[in-house]
Design a protein around this ligand. Structure first.
Ligand code: BTN
Length: 257
């Protein structure tokens, strides 16, 4: 069971997670916040569910997570200024917050993989799915959905990147309340950087991205591109060097080689 009182003691935010919805089972925590009829509008609302019946990953993949073992949650950002590519920074802020929380609490070395996978020892421990709603050109709601493999130690299915969990890497059971509170505390702090020092988010993110400078392939559907991972630009796009050409990559799965 998730101990809500213990979580509340550890939560040290002003906005993020102050409206907290705990559910036993939902289709997808992202869908709960995006569904207009649920009328969740408070900025910073967090939905945590012990089980998702249709947990979603990037590119229409399924996010599998055993009941009560892990953290599957979504954070609503509403009525904020998402102009000028700031939504991309929310994406980086989310994976960076997860990385920093895991480093602080368990002293594990984290690798971040573009665009937003969190890896330990080259295995995936967390993924992020950002979704938004717009009115005309204005982005209204941004929902950042985060799945962290915490205490689950066996994984069925076929994965592009082998999965792992914090317990698998440390050998110790993790207090999910402590981890979730730490992620939200750090996320709120990093959100301030989006306006005050946006360069810092990408700098800290890139410091954990080991693929920069490596030969990579980028797969988008049937299309595969090869080159050197040159950099991530200020908007968060991958810059692929092919010969003397620099190409901006907006989407795709990146692999070494
Ligand atoms: C990925 O790596 O493909 C992204 C996975 C994102 C999974 C989380 S779990 C909570 C939230 N609700 C969802 O349906 N998906 C995200």
């Amino acid at each position: 069971m998730f101990d809500l009182e213990f979580f509340d003691i550890k939560l040290d935010t002003e906005i993020i997670g102050r409206n907290f919805i705990y559910a036993e089972e939902v289709d997808s925590t992202n869908s709960v916040l995006l569904n207009k009829s649920n009328k969740f509008n408070d900025d910073g609302t967090v939905v945590l569910s012990e089980k998702q019946l249709q947990g979603r990953g990037r590119k229409d993949r399924v996010w599998y997570s055993n009941k009560e073992m892990n953290l599957t949650f979504s954070i609503l950002l509403n009525d904020r200024d998402f102009s000028g590519g700031k939504i991309n920074l929310v994406n980086f802020a989310s994976s960076l917050a997860v990385a920093m929380a895991i480093e602080n609490l368990y002293q594990l070395k984290i690798e971040l993989k573009w665009p937003n996978d969190v890896l330990i020892n080259s295995k995936k421990t967390a993924g992020i799915l950002i979704e938004s709603t717009s009115a005309g050109k204005k982005i209204e709601k941004v929902v950042t959905g985060i799945g962290i493999n915490v205490n689950q130690t066996s994984f069925q299915g076929i994965y592009k990147i082998p999965p792992t969990s914090i317990k698998s890497e440390t050998g110790s059971l993790v207090e999910r309340e402590v981890l979730l509170a730490e992620v939200l505390n750090i996320f709120e702090e990093i959100l301030h950087w989006i306006d005050n020092r946006p360069g810092e988010i990408l700098k800290d993110w890139k410091a954990r991205c080991r693929m920069i400078g490596e030969k990579i392939s980028v797969t988008e559907g049937e299309n595969v591109k090869y080159g050197i991972f040159d950099d991530i630009d200020d908007e968060g796009f991958l810059i692929l060097k092919t010969g003397r050409r620099l190409e901006k990559i907006y989407f795709g799965d990146v692999s070494i080689g």
